[in-house]
Structures are given as structure tokens and as C-alpha cells.
Design a protein around this ligand. Structure first.
Ligand code: UDP
Length: 320
């Protein structure tokens, strides 16, 4: 099979490219390097069946040609990272909504399977954990820009499901829960690369809020393994599917664990949300997936513990 990966030079996209190539598939990448980086895919250059195009999905003639050459489209290109989203809400909404619109429109012409990368962010500030795919989504008010990301991704989901229902375009929607691992950049605010970099540099580890908010971090290899199985599973078509880990940790405890694993003397500094992001910023208190659906569908079980993830990320930053 040949896959088109939009956002293929990003963190998840580059790991997915590698896994597809390792399994003998062809990979076409379309990436505008807005948050992706050539360094993520440098090691793939020169591999047979690998091509990359530095351009945006808004170059519709190119997008259409690449979709025509592919059997499946992984649409990962999006504005990501809470920091980026709060600072550039116009870019976030336009990129996420318009990008998905054009991908679905062109994939529909020849009914190519499309995987839409969505996010656990769509569950919003619901505290009804674990989140099931059919749980209610609880959004904050529109003047708080953070919610623009969740809403833009929710629109992407609606549109993909509408294409499936009305036009029989095969789609699979995956909701990622804090995907992490080597190659993830701290530049866009993600917590683990930031804490690891701070701990290794002996700088204060910056915990936003009181540190009691929790997340469940998922190793990128687990995510990629699930994606490869889902595209081969007919029952996944037309479905919304959580991919994550159920090992929940508070951000305060995460900071302590990273300090322990790096033998760092960094102090832990608590920074109010207003200072870290913007005035009136709202965070999610907890985030844990219900994995019943993906387990039943493809036997998915996350293979990496939080410590496995941290050890690998620390090692990655030390080498860097
Ligand atoms: N966070 C933090 N310090 C940082 C970056 C993030 O305390 O330097 C917190 C953030 O407020 C959130 C959690 O860590 O509660 C996860 O943030 P991230 O941006 O990685 O992902 P999110 O789950 O918010 O999409």
C-alpha cells in the first residue's frame, strides 16, 4: 500500500512514516514545516518508496495528485500545541477546518480511505472520566481561545462523519491522548519535552496551575501501531476511536518524577495559568481515555509505561 501523510514531517507523522516504510509500504509526505521539521525525516531520505513534498494541503492540485497516488490518507497536518493555539487562534481555526475540508473533498473523488487525527481535547473540560467516544463534549466559552482548538477538531470530526454518512467516503477518526516520545519538540508548549529540557539544564521546572491537573501520556509507538492496525480493520470505518493510555499522572507528580529520573537539582516552580498562557485560561482537570472500543477492535493495549516514556525522552534529550 502507499500512504499519503499530511503533516508527515511532524512528530507523530515522522514516526508513522518510519513504521510504514519498515513494513514495506510506500510513503508520500506533504508538510509545510510550520511545526514539522526536516530533521524529523532526514533519516528517511533516500529510502525506496519514500517521497516528500514541502507544501501545504491548500495547494489543491498537488494534494489531489498525491491522494490519487495513494491508497490511504493519514491527515495529521494541523495546528497543534496549546501555546500556539492561544497565541494564533486565526491560524488554528483556518488550518484545522480548511485543511480537513480540502483533504476530504479530494479523497472523496476516488473514495480513498482517510484517517482524521483528532484529539482528546474535544472532550473539553468534562470530568466524566474515563472518556468514551460517545461521551458528551463540554466546551468553554468562545472568548477563551483554547476551546477553538477543540471546536475546530470537533468540526473536522463532524465533517468526516458526514462524508461517510452521505457520500460513503471511508473515514476513521482517531482521538489521540497526549502522544509523547522522542522527537517531540518543547517549542509549542508540550509538557514532557519542556520538563525534561528544564531538568537537564538545571533550570526551574515550570508547573502551570497547582499541578493537580492530570493527563495520561501515550508513547508514539503505541499510537502508530494502532493506526497501522486500524486501517486494515473494516470495522473501524465510520468510527470515532480513542487511542491512549490509562496510566494517569498529575502534572505535579510528573515534574517530580522527571527530576528524579534525571538526577536534577532543578526546583519546581508553580506558575499561575494567567501568566503561563493568557488571562482567564481554562485547563482540563483530568484526561483519561476509555479504551474498550479500540481494544475490542484491534486488541490494542498500550505497551509503554510512563517511566518507559520518560527514560526514552530523557535519553533523546541527552543525546541531542
Ligand atoms: N504544563 C505545565 N508546564 C509546561 C507545559 C505544560 O505545567 O511547561 C501543563 C499544562 O498546563 C497542562 C499539562 O501540562 O495541564 C499538559 O500540557 P500539554 O500542553 O503538554 O498538553 P495538553 O494536555 O494541555 O494538550
Amino acid at each position: 500500500m502507499r500512504a499519503l501523510i499530511t503533516g508527515g514531517a511532524g512528530f507523530i507523522g515522522s514516526h508513522l512514516s518510519e513504521a510504514l516504510l519498515d513494513e514495506g509500504h510506500g510513503v508520500l509526505i506533504l508538510d509545510n514545516l510550520s511545526t514539522g521539521a526536516m530533521s524529523n525525516i532526514a533519516h528517511l531520505k533516500g529510502r525506496a518508496e519514500f517521497e516528500y513534498f514541502i507544501d501545504t494541503v491548500e495547494n489543491e492540485p498537488l494534494l489531489a495528485e498525491l491522494i490519487d497516488r495513494s491508497d490511504v490518507v493519514f491527515h495529521l497536518a494541523a495546528a497543534v500545541g496549546v501555546k500556539l493555539i492561544v497565541e494564533q487562534p486565526v491560524h488554528t481555526i483556518e488550518t484545522n477546518v480548511h485543511g480537513t475540508e480540502v483533504v476530504l473533498k479530494h479523497a472523496n473523488k476516488k473514495k480513498k480511505l482517510v484517517v482524521i487525527a483528532s484529539t482528546s481535547e474535544v472532550y473539553g473540560k468534562s470530568v466524566d472520566v474515563p472518556f468514551r467516544e460517545d461521551s458528551d463534549l463540554v466546551m468553554g466559552p468562545t472568548p477563551k481561545h483554547r476551546w477553538a482548538y477543540a471546536c475546530s477538531k470537533a468540526i473536522d470530526e463532524f465533517l468526516a462523519l458526514a462524508y461517510w454518512k452521505e457520500r460513503k467516503l471511508p473515514v476513521i477518526i482517531v482521538r489521540f491522548f497526549n502522544t509523547v516520545g522522542p522527537r517531540q519538540s518543547g517549542q509549542y508548549g508540550m509538557v514532557i519535552p519542556n520538563f525534561v529540557r528544564q531538568a537537564l539544564a538545571g533550570e526551574p521546572i515550570t508547573v502551570f496551575g497547582d499541578g493537580r491537573q492530570s493527563r495520561s501520556f501515550t508513547h508514539v509507538t503505541d499510537v502508530v501501531g494502532a493506526l497501522l492496525k486500524l486501517v486494515a480493520e473494516p470495522a473501524a470505518i465510520g468510527q470515532v476511536i480513542n487511542i491512549g493510555s490509562t496510566q494517569e499522572v498529575t502534572i505535579g507528580r510528573l515534574a517530580e518524577r522527571i527530576r528524579e529520573l534525571t538526577d536534577s537539582a532543578s526546583p519546581i516552580r508553580f506558575i499561575p495559568y494567567d501568566e503561563a498562557y493568557e488571562s482567564g485560561f481554562e485547563d482540563m482537570p483530568r484526561r483519561v481515555p476509555d479504551l474498550t472500543k479500540v481494544h475490542a477492535m484491534i486488541g490494542y493495549e498500550p505497551q509503554h509505561t510512563l517511566d518507559d516514556i520518560l527514560v526514552q525522552v530523557i535519553d533523546y534529550f541527552r543525546r541531542k
